[in-house]
Design a protein around this ligand. Sequence first.
Ligand code: NAD
Ligand code: UDP
Length: 311
Amino acid sequence: MGKRILVTGGAGFLGSHLCEKLLNDGNDVICVDNYFTGKKANIIHLMDNPYFEVIRHDITMPIFIEADQIYNLACPASPIHYQYNAIKTIKTSVMGAINLLGLAKRLRAKILQASTSEVYGDPEIHPQKEEYWGNVNPIGLRSCYDEGKRCAESLFFNYHRQNHVKIKVLRIFNTYGPRMDLNDGRVISNFIVQALRNQDITIYGDGKQTRSFCYVDELIDGMIAFMNSRDDFTGPLNMGNPNEFTILDLARKIIALTASGSKIIFKPLPADDPLQRQPDIQLARKELNWEPNIHLEEGLKKTIEYFKKII
Ligand code: NAD
Ligand code: UDP
């Protein structure tokens, strides 16, 4: 029999793929979202499923429902969105974690936190291993997100130590794919939309900064495998594709794949923008036998097809 699973942030990019996969696997899914960055369009295709429920709710307020597992994804994830109302972003990470950990404690439910590679800040260790404590500016523009997520990790581990809550802390590295928001300013959606519209491709800085991009389906499979792994495997666990590219490489690839006439232009690098990022995924390989195989070009082609349909 399937489980009853609560997904916060279920109407967002990752959340909507997670809800879909959990439903396909035969579970009852309750999606909680305040639609700050998520959209009904992301989950409309699931609405006819009698095992899918949606609740409009803000996780900074307590919620009382029954569930066997909780995936806490609610939080704006792109720099534009999380800096739009920085205080709200911190509240979502911190008060949201307190509310959902309290719920998990009462229900004795397992709870997974969607943490982020941003907890490593601008890393001095490369690639980043889970043991690394990070290099985060605690008062900078990104701190509402980075420090909010770091505080949430601390809350997860303290509820685990003090109240024996079954926790899973997943550090997600840059993930992309269909249903990314057109306007959220993340690099893959920005470049694809600019290329399809033959607009200038905006590289921030000199484009030599690196990121490693994971295709959404593989991340979701790994997230579910982590949730269902043995209870004493709490993480933190890195998940992402270790193939690393410069932002300039990425721009060139997207121009080629879209056969676009766009030119590349350079704009100032935002403050505290990490120079390099690559996950060390040995732990996920060892514990979950998880390995991302979708090459960047293959994933970009699927993502480009999605954006062609919606713009
Ligand atoms: P997203 O913005 O598409 O989704 C976030 C969802 O949370 C949206 O549906 C939004 O409406 C909802 N939400 C925000 N604040 C809320 C609140 N207070 N109450 C209820 N719902 C709220 O972003 P995403 O890319 O799908 O990211 C999902 C999670 O994964 C986030 O926690 C993010 O920090 C984490 N993450 C994502 C990535 C990535 O590359 N996509 C990388 C690292 C971590
Ligand atoms: N970036 C860019 N042009 C854009 C959007 C982003 O050059 O139009 C850069 C950004 O400065 C960063 C990288 O791409 O160095 C990844 O940015 P994103 O916001 O997608 O993710 P994050 O910085 O959170 O990893």
